[in-house]
Structure formats: structure tokens, C-alpha cells
Ligand binder design. Structure first.
Ligand code: 6LW
Length: 527
């Protein structure tokens, strides 16, 4: 009997631990992952973030607990879906919205450089997604709202106010005059609108203040889709641009989407950025995706995490956690495809890359374009996801011309990057750190090397990157030098993306076709 009671107590203990798990860490998507939008189908949650000039476009993530996420694909994987020819840094794809309706997933987005607003559908969010259907409305941040009477509305940003237009979801044809419905509480850039139907109201939630330090989320409601909308007395319902948010390492919170979980709880996903140091006003990782609980009384106004601010450590109950196995830190290039974490700049020239040409190696053929150009450079990259990290690779590169270069780069955009590269100098080779920060362009460090096979390593810390190299046959890394992180920050470089770590090869205007071979790549978070 005693045994039975003991077993029952153990069982109850285990069950309550599963259903009332407490706490998680923000951000939930680290590194360049802005403008999140979320939907739920049964117990599965899906999220999309924006991707600008990177290809493939619009990463799609999956979760069963809202805390742990795994990338399952991209929405736009074909050149026909995503033209990015000569797109400037932070051009291309702006904020998407992800919705599920009647058995179909919808992503609606804007290619600000080619074609404007469009949407695509898929039966499986992992893809394949259909060809874009373009909508002849000029704006950014579009969303689709399905009303209970079967009508569909195109909801979007406007210079003065959020605009709502009835449209045909099958063809993208606009069916009504556009109506300006709500201008927010008067901060700049009313954008990122989403409409939710709840308790007989249309709730219109938007981003205001612009996507920098004054960013916020505000909400209004109406009994009619076209308004008049009444502003929530608690607005803004999320911002760190106030006294409570002033010393928070997370800044710029805004651009949110709401989701109701399987257990009835409400949650917000939104963007924010982690500054390199509290009060430093520099951020390098780009805008990331955060999660906060939403308290939403019936017929009441929603409150995000109580007072509208969030933390890195969230001490709140969560859904039962379903973590994924951690991704491997080292890639040997043994597979015949790169994983979903890898991105090209603009539409890649496919023949410039191969995982088959030399077994277990990634081959990158030098393009005549350099990293300074808004072109299809020979380059493939992954996000910097933490301030503290180590990235390393072994590269074999035999430059033919003085303009040939290949290596590992930290890139915020084509005018702001640090290149740890191998080039030809006279009859020998050198390892250099080239710094490009706007019109500042110079070789910060240089060391001769005698081999064409070299290990390259970058160590990241909040304020400083340090660059190392190791010649084939040598036992230890040599330090080449270091550079402040801030010159790659969004505050210095501008734009909407974040620092990416890339392998690249360029022939600097000539057509040498020289190939670089990368044997493995390692990325580890932490000191
Ligand atoms: C996006 C706009 C914004 O379209 O920045 O944070 C723009 N908000 O809503 C680019 O991400």
C-alpha cells in the first residue's frame, strides 16, 4: 500500500512538472530574425521572419511549445519567386505575415525592390510554396484578414494610417477603395498591422515609433472592420522606450503578432535587439525574435507581460517544453546540400558552389564581383547569433591573380564588413584583415604565410572581434589582430539586417574563376 501511494505521488509530481513548466530564455530566435509572424495548426506553431537581400527568402520555423524552434525550410526557394537582381542591402523582402486558413498556409510579404506586395500558398509550411500572386497596392507590411462573412481584407501600413481594402484571395484583385482606419497614437511610422477577431471586436495591433529605440506596439478595437477604432487606454502595450525599459539589455521592442496556444493562453512574438552593453546604443546581431505572455481578459484589453516590458530570463509558466536536439556545431560538408541556416546574397550563381566537386568540401568559385558590390557575390553565410562565439574553417586557396581573394568575413552589409582573407602578394601569400566601414577602407593587419591551406578563426565578444589563422602543419593559431564590433553595428552601418558570418571568394573584377575549398566549418556560441 505504502508503495502504491509513493508511486502515485511520484506520478503526480512528474505530471505537474510537465504541465506547469516555468521559465524560458529570450530571444527565441537569435540573430537576424526580424518582423516575426506566427500561426498555429493544432499543436503545431509556425513562424516566419524577414530576410531582405538574402536567398532563399523568409525562413520558416516550427515549434510545439512556443519556446523551442527549429527551422523547417524557407518560403521562397526559387529565383522565379524571389527576384533579387542588384538589390541594395536591406532591399528585397520586408516584413511577412504567416496565416493558416481552410487547409492552406499563406505568406504575404513585400519585395520592395522587385514587384511589391505578393502572397504565396502551401499545404505544407516546409514547402514547396507556390508562385507569388502580386497585389496592386503600394505599401509595406501587408497582412490578410479573413472575416466571418467570408470576405478577405488586405491590411497594410500607410504613411498616415493603417489601410484596409477588400480583395479577392484567389486572384489578388482589389475589390474596394482603400480605407484609412487607424493612425495609432501619433508616433512615427504606423506599420506592422494585424487584425484579430475576439469577443465581438476587431482588434487592430500595430507597430509605432520606427524600428529603432522608440519602437512600440499599440492596439485599438472596433465593432466594424473599417472602424472607428478606439485606442487602448494602456497604449503602448509594449515598449522599452520608457523609464522601466531604460537599462534593459533588450531594446527596440515592437512589431508584434499574437497567438492563442492550445491551452487557451495568449502569447506575443515580436522583434527587439540586444545591445552590446547596457546603455551602449550599439547592436550587431540584428533584430531578433522574442516571446512574451499576454494576459487578455474577456472584453478587456491585452497586456504584454504585465507592464509591457520583457527580459532575457522570463520567469513565467510555459506550455510543456518540447526541445529539439541541438544543431551540430561543426559541419564537415559531407552532405550534398547545405542546411537551412545557410544564406546567399541575392540570387546565387549556382555553378559557383559545389559540395560534390571535392568530396567533403564546399567549393566556392571566385566571382568577379567583390563583397563591396550589391551583386550576386560568391558567398554563403550564417547568422551571428550570440555576442560571444567562435567561428572557424579550413580553407585551401591558390590565388592566380593579385585580385583573387577568399576567406571568412563578418558582414553587416556591402559597405560594412571585416574580411579575414588570403591573397597573393608578389610571389607569396598573405593573410590579411581588411576593414570596410563606409568610406574607411584599409588593411588592418597582414602576415605572410607559406601554405595555401590555412585555418581561419574569428572569436566574438560583445565589444570586440579577434582574428586568428593557423597554417597547415602548425599546431597553434597565431593572432592576426582585433577590431571593435561597433563599426559593424546597425547604428553605424544602417539597414535592417544583422551580422552574418560568411565564406567567400572573389576575383576582384577579373575573370580568373579561382576556386576556394572549405573542408569544414565550425560555429560555437559562448566564451
Ligand atoms: C518592416 C517594418 C519594420 O517592414 O521594419 O520593425 C521594416 N518594423 O514593419 C523592415 O523590417
Amino acid at each position: 500500500m505504502k508503495k502504491l501511494v509513493f508511486c502515485l505521488l511520484m506520478l503526480i509530481g512528474t505530471l505537474s512538472a510537465v504541465s506547469a513548466q516555468s521559465g524560458y530564455t529570450n530571444p527565441i530566435l537569435k540573430g537576424f530574425n526580424p518582423d516575426p509572424s506566427i500561426c498555429r495548426v493544432g499543436n503545431d506553431y509556425y513562424m516566419v521572419t524577414s530576410s531582405f537581400e538574402y536567398f532563399p527568402g523568409l525562413p520558416i520555423y516550427h515549434s510545439q511549445d512556443l519556446v523551442n524552434w527549429q527551422q523547417i525550410g524557407h518560403c521562397l526557394t526559387r529565383d522565379s519567386q524571389l527576384p533579387l537582381h542588384k538589390v541594395n542591402a536591406s532591399g528585397g523582402l520586408f516584413a511577412p505575415s504567416l496565416r493558416y486558413h481552410d487547409g492552406l498556409f499563406y505568406v504575404i510579404c513585400t519585395n520592395v525592390s522587385h514587384g511589391g506586395n505578393f502572397y504565396c500558398t502551401a499545404t505544407d509550411p516546409a514547402g514547396p510554396w507556390g508562385e507569388p500572386i502580386y497585389v496592386g497596392i503600394n505599401s509595406i507590411d501587408p497582412d490578410i484578414f479573413w472575416d466571418e462573412d467570408g470576405r478577405t481584407y488586405f491590411v497594410t501600413q500607410g504613411d498616415e494610417a493603417i489601410r484596409v481594402t477588400e480583395f479577392d484571395i484567389k486572384t489578388g484583385t482589389v475589390l474596394s477603395e482603400e480605407r484609412k482606419v487607424w493612425g495609432g497614437i501619433g508616433q512615427r511610422f504606423p506599420e506592422a498591422p494585424h487584425i484579430y477577431r475576439k469577443d465581438g471586436y476587431y482588434y487592430l495591433m500595430i507597430g509605432e515609433g520606427g524600428t529603432e529605440y522608440a519602437h512600440s506596439v499599440t492596439i485599438a478595437r472596433s465593432r466594424h472592420i473599417y472602424g472607428p477604432y478606439e485606442s487602448c487606454p494602456l497604449n503602448p502595450i509594449l515598449t522599452h522606450c520608457n523609464r522601466i525599459g531604460q537599462g534593459n539589455p533588450i531594446q527596440g521592442v515592437g512589431h508584434a503578432d499574437l497567438i492563442q496556444a492550445t491551452d487557451g493562453s495568449w502569447w506575443a512574438v515580436f522583434l527587439g535587439f540586444r545591445v552590446t552593453q547596457v546603455y551602449s546604443y550599439y547592436h550587431i546581431l540584428g533584430r531578433e525574435t522574442f516571446l512574451a505572455p499576454v494576459d487578455w481578459p474577456t472584453n478587456g484589453w491585452p497586456q504584454i507581460n504585465g507592464n509591457g516590458t520583457v527580459n532575457l530570463t522570463m520567469n513565467v509558466p510555459t506550455l510543456p517544453l518540447k526541445p529539439f536536439a541541438p544543431a551540430p556545431t561543426r559541419i564537415e560538408f559531407d552532405e550534398d546540400k547545405l542546411g537551412f541556416e545557410w544564406q546567399y546574397l541575392r540570387n546565387p550563381v549556382r555553378e559557383n558552389y559545389s559540395l560534390k566537386e571535392k568530396k567533403g568540401h564546399l567549393m566556392i568559385k571566385a566571382s568577379p564581383y567583390t563583397l563591396d558590390e550589391a551583386e550576386s557575390v560568391s558567398f554563403v553565410s550564417r547568422r551571428q547569433t550570440e555576442h560571444d562565439f567562435i567561428a572557424a574553417t579550413t580553407m585551401t586557396f591558390q590565388p592566380k591573380a593579385d585580385t583573387d581573394e577568399a576567406g571568412l568575413t563578418l558582414i553587416q552589409n556591402n559597405t560594412h564588413h571585416y574580411d579575414l582573407r588570403l591573397i597573393k602578394k608578389g610571389n607569396g601569400h598573405v593573410i590579411q584583415l581588411r576593414v570596410r566601414a563606409g568610406s574607411i577602407d584599409y588593411i588592418a593587419f597582414e602576415q605572410p604565410i607559406s601554405k595555401s591551406e590555412v585555418e581561419l578563426k574569428i572569436e566574438g565578444a560583445p565589444l570586440y572581434y579577434t582574428f586568428y589563422y593557423k597554417e597547415a602543419g602548425s599546431n597553434s593559431y597565431k593572432k592576426l589582430g582585433g577590431m571593435d564590433t561597433r563599426y559593424l553595428s546597425t547604428e553605424v552601418a544602417g539597414g535592417f539586417t544583422g551580422v552574418m558570418i560568411g565564406m567567400y571568394a572573389s576575383s576582384g573584377g577579373k575573370k580568373t574563376g579561382t576556386k576556394a575549398y572549405f573542408d569544414w566549418f565550425e560555429y560555437k556560441e559562448g566564451k
